[in-house]
Design a protein around this ligand. Structure first.
Ligand code: PDD
Length: 288
């Protein structure tokens, strides 16, 4: 297998040649932020929204954006062109750069910019209707979950607990209220109403989440951005996860109990079809 091409600090190079100093603050402190952008048929989905969230994360951690949006776009295009066709998920990471270990921000240190692309599995209708299992766990993370920080140790520990119980995702509860998944946003359907928690510091403002809300509203499906309790989650007719890499993913088992009839529900199935239609329009160039 040929070495994929990655982007590091201004150049496109084979993955095996991409090296970062051990003093990089991403390595030493987890001092950086990231983005994951899905690309279908070479076209990034919701690029403007991903670049805006990248900017918001950089502002929140006080790292100057090293690139203009046009430069970011050139990095994405370069990676897509150099790594071949097919749907891709592009990972972008910016850290506070390389400096002697000291908690204080270093002066005049350029940020480290790294980007890679990985194949994105297209939606398989059988896997969709089979859905996944999830468990609920206490949200042990910090108070700035809206920042897409690379410091993901709590998320890693939470998701591994899910894996240890043969589940795909951990759905997180803070003060009795659902926040999100360890690597996804959460939706429920209750008495015909789609609900997802409102945006705020307790969850990542998912780009997929926003698109799903937008598509639900545009298709006149009742949808509320509203907090819901763990009890409401357990009683829901449908539970789904959303993320850039998994789009809409039905949860059919929750803490070893069936959600609804134990297969993808009708609202998730409808919205998934609408979402696929949106991607087709994107590919045809009918939307940007
Ligand atoms: N994760 N919440 C968390 C904590 C996440 O890590 C993610 C995505 C989401 C969904 O956001 P979006 O729809 O913009 O992908 C919500 C990515 C995919 C990851 O860390 O790999």
């Amino acid at each position: 297998m040929t070495d994929p091409i990655v982007y590091l600090n201004g150049g496109f190079i084979p993955l095996g040649e991409a090296k970062v100093s051990v003093l990089d603050r991403g390595f030493v402190f987890g001092d950086g932020i990231y983005e994951v952008i899905p690309c279908y048929n070479k076209k990034p989905l919701r690029l403007a929204q991903h670049l805006q969230r990248l900017q918001n994360s950089l502002d929140a951690v006080r790292i100057t954006n090293p690139h203009t949006n046009t430069q970011w776009q050139a990095i994405l295009t370069g990676l897509i062109d150099k790594n071949g066709l097919g749907d891709q998920s592009i990972y972008l990471q910016v850290t506070r750069g390389v400096a002697k270990r000291d908690h204080f921000f270093p002066k005049d240190t350029p940020a480290t910019v790294f980007s890679m692309t990985n194949p994105l599995a297209t939606v398989d209708t059988h896997a969709f209707s089979r859905g996944v299992a999830a468990i609920t766990l206490e949200d042990i993370r910090w108070q700035y979950c809206n920042i897409k920080a690379i410091t993901l140790l709590p998320n890693v520990l939470l998701r591994q607990q899910a894996a240890d119980r043969d589940a795909y995702e951990a759905i997180l509860i803070r003060n009795g209220t659902i926040t999100e998944g360890a690597a996804s946003n959460v939706f429920i359907v209750s008495q015909g109403i789609i609900k997802t928690p409102p945006k705020g510091a307790q969850l990542l403002p998912g780009v997929t989440r926003d698109l799903v809300v937008e598509l639900a509203v545009a298709n006149r499906l009742p949808c509320q951005e509203i907090d819901f309790s763990a009890a409401e989650l357990f009683a829901a007719d449908e539970v789904w996860l959303t993320s850039s890499t998994r789009e809409i993913l039905p949860v059919v088992r929750l803490n070893d109990r069936s959600v609804g009839p134990g297969v993808a529900g009708p609202v998730a199935t409808r919205l998934c079809a609408i979402y696929q239609g949106y991607k087709t329009d994107l590919n045809r160039g009918t939307i940007v």
